[in-house]
Design a protein. Structure first.
Length: 330
């Protein structure tokens, strides 16, 4: 009897062990950066092929570096059918532009390219050049009509780079949801979407980087936050810049002026319901600065922010909204 009982207990333990979720980590390079997808699955499934397909679909739709992508063809005014990925990015970008009163503008592409932050080499910047390119920047002068992009000026061009990686993280998250994965962390070049927790119930822990001195400086974590069922994205000015005549210019360009911003905010991290909106809002915060963007952030349900900035004495300081402050891990 004791032997039979021991056998039953042993089988029960083995069955329980067999149902333990397996940790799967898929990582590599995509969209000009890295990606890392971590999830727990009782069936130990590897979704590398499907995730590669998602990256390919996004590239073929909204990647400016892909000559045959939908956005490249739209920018060249070539006839092409708009796919759902392009339409989603267009609509989100337009909504972000309206929300920010033009501090975010998807028609900024010609100015971004002129400064050298795009697939083209930069131009010689002059006030005359910027003034001429600003005539091509106005989100209100482009729309989708009957399945086509309609521009008031054919020379206008679109750029979704400020949201495309966040959108990709959300697409991968939606795929994992469709396969019944309940606990995952998707990181596409720093654009993060988290769901659930680790098997022990602990939340995902994500680091916010300390502003770097140069683009190739070693990464140092400024602080860590606990993340569940949210998107988290940091936009910063210390790794993405160009140097002209001995001066650094941030990749954060104000669409209204045509020039890179020159305020004291070095990075802005935004927590939102998904990664694409965290991505858009982090970009908006970097262009607007903390004084102007904080009221916008605080007016939105489910949105929090963490700023790193330089004070009057040249020292680093941080500011976190109450909701994000509660997530910081000491």
């Amino acid at each position: 009897m004791k032997r039979s009982l021991l056998l039953i207990v042993s089988l029960a333990i083995l069955a329980a062990c067999g149902n333990q979720p397996k940790k799967i980590v898929l990582q590599g390079l995509a969209q000009g950066s890295y990606y890392a997808v971590t999830y727990f699955d009782e069936q130990n499934r590897n979704f590398q092929k499907e995730i590669d397909s998602i990256f390919h679909a996004v590239d073929m739709s909204v990647n400016l570096w892909v000559d045959s992508s939908v956005i490249s063809k739209v920018n060249r005014n070539e006839e092409d059918t708009l796919d759902p990925i392009f339409i989603d990015n267009f609509n989100i970008a337009q909504e972000a532009a309206r929300l920010s009163d033009g501090y975010f503008d998807p028609t900024i592409s010609p100015i971004v390219a002129a400064w050298g932050f795009s697939y083209k080499h930069g131009d010689t910047i002059t006030p005359q050049l910027i003034d001429s390119l600003k005539q091509l920047v106005d989100y209100r002068k482009v729309r989708i009509e009957d399945g086509k992009v309609v521009k008031e000026n054919p020379a206008m061009q679109l750029d979704f780079n400020a949201i495309a990686q966040g959108y990709t993280s959300d697409l991968i998250a939606a795929f994992l949801d469709s396969r019944g994965i309940q606990n995952y962390l998707v990181d596409t070049g720093g654009e993060i979407m988290a769901k659930g927790s680790k098997p022990n119930g602990n939340p995902w822990i994500v680091g916010i980087e300390k502003p770097a001195e140069n683009w190739d400086s070693e990464q140092v974590v400024q602080t860590r936050v606990a993340l569940r069922d949210k998107g988290l994205v940091t936009s910063g000015s210390t790794r993405k810049y160009v140097e002209r005549d001995g001066k650094r210019y941030s990749h954060c360009i104000d669409p209204r002026t045509g020039y890179p911003v020159e305020h004291q905010v070095l990075s802005a991290t935004v927590l939102a319901e998904n990664s694409v909106w965290a991505d858009a809002l982090a970009s908006i915060c970097m262009v607007m600065g903390m004084e102007k963007s904080l009221p916008l952030i605080e007016s939105m349900d489910g949105v929090e922010a963490y700023y790193i900035y330089v004070n009057e004495n040249g020292e680093l300081e941080t500011f976190a909204t109450e909701g994000l402050k509660a997530l910081i891990i000491n």
